[in-house]
Design a protein around this ligand. Structure first.
Ligand SMILES: [Zn+2]
Length: 314
């Protein structure tokens, strides 16, 4: 099933906030949050957490990566739930210590508050605040929710270098966020290979070896059962399609990246209905995605193929 509404998506697993920027809560003796969305949604997440947990607090907040729309409300939630331990990769923890990264995350959260009306949420006055990671995690590290529920971290870089996916093997749950392809509201899957095409693809292949019943994605919807497995395999297929298409466009446009971006943006973003990533963020990411394809294609080029050099706008 594709779940695009806030609520319980599987037994004891809740999608909170707004499907466009969700956080996930798994109930147990030591309840766990996954990601912390946007700053202005902090009060919404907190209200929904309290409705589910009553007087109890989340024990963990597991962060997948250091992008602004996944860590925005950490400080707000930590203030509300002081015993909650913030978990992230060492690389992400380092990012959160860098003043320039913090100011970018803060600016982007402020910009994103303009989306509040579209999401039907009162923007309020909750701003992003810096925070510290309490526990750093790496490949295979485990954290207990209940004696019969354990969160296991998996290093799945490619969207960012600092990316961790999390599994709870006992209930076949995977929080992949953007380590897998990210759907838009039309069901098109965006290949989010921002730092390296092959590394991103290999991470998706690893995730595809897992037995998954409940899949928590970064944006728009979560899925269960056969739709979860379909999304995982489709992310691989779509990634290969994206690569082939971007190489074709690069060839046809003689490596002129703005022209390639324009062609991809025309069907991925322009004129699309429903919720979209803010245009500046989309364009920045698209440039990174095209460049990862170009680097892979240049590296795997046969000797008799002409070299294509990236040309950017002057
Ligand atoms: Zn991201």
């Amino acid at each position: 099933m594709i779940v695009d509404q806030i609520g319980e998506i599987a037994h004891g697993v809740h999608m909170l906030g707004h499907p466009a920027v969700p956080v996930f809560l798994v109930e147990g003796d030591r309840p766990a949050l996954f990601d912390a969305g946007l700053a202005f949604l902090g009060p919404v997440y907190a209200r929904q957490i309290q409705r589910i947990l009553g007087d109890r607090h989340p024990a963990w907040c597991f962060l997948t990566h250091s992008h602004f729309d996944h860590c925005g409300a950490v400080a707000y939630l930590k203030d509300r739930f002081p015993q909650m331990k913030i978990v992230a990769s060492k690389r992400a923890a380092d990012v959160f210590e860098r003043p320039n990264a913090i100011s970018l995350i803060s600016d982007l959260n402020q910009f994103a508050a303009g989306m509040a009306v579209d999401l039907g949420v009162d923007p309020g006055d909750t701003n992003f605040e810096p925070f510290r990671v309490d526990v750093t995690a790496g490949e295979g590290d485990c954290f207990e929710i209940s004696p019969d529920l354990t969160v296991k971290a998996m290093e799945t870089p490619g969207h960012t270098r600092d990316f961790l996916s999390y599994t709870i093997p006992q209930c076949k749950l995977l929080v992949s966020s953007e380590a897998l392809g990210t759907p838009d509201e039309t069901g098109y899957i965006v290949t989010d290979c921002l730092v390296d095409y092959d590394i991103h693809y290999q991470s998706m292949e690893r995730l595809n070896t897992l037995d998954v019943e409940t899949l928590c994605l970064g944006h728009i919807y979560a899925c269960t059962g056969s739709d979860a497995r379909h999304h995982m395999t489709e992310s691989l297929l779509q990634s290969r399609r994206f690569y082939k298409m971007a190489v074709q466009f690069l060839t046809e446009e003689n490596g002129y990246i703005p022209a390639v971006m324009k062609r991809i943006k025309s069907f991925e973003w322009d004129g699309k209905h429903g919720l979209r990533q803010p245009e500046p963020a989309y364009v920045l990411n698209l440039e990174a995605r095209v460049n990862t394809v170009l680097r892979k294609w240049q590296a795997s080029r046969e000797p008799d193929q002409p070299t294509i050099y990236a040309k950017t706008a002057t």
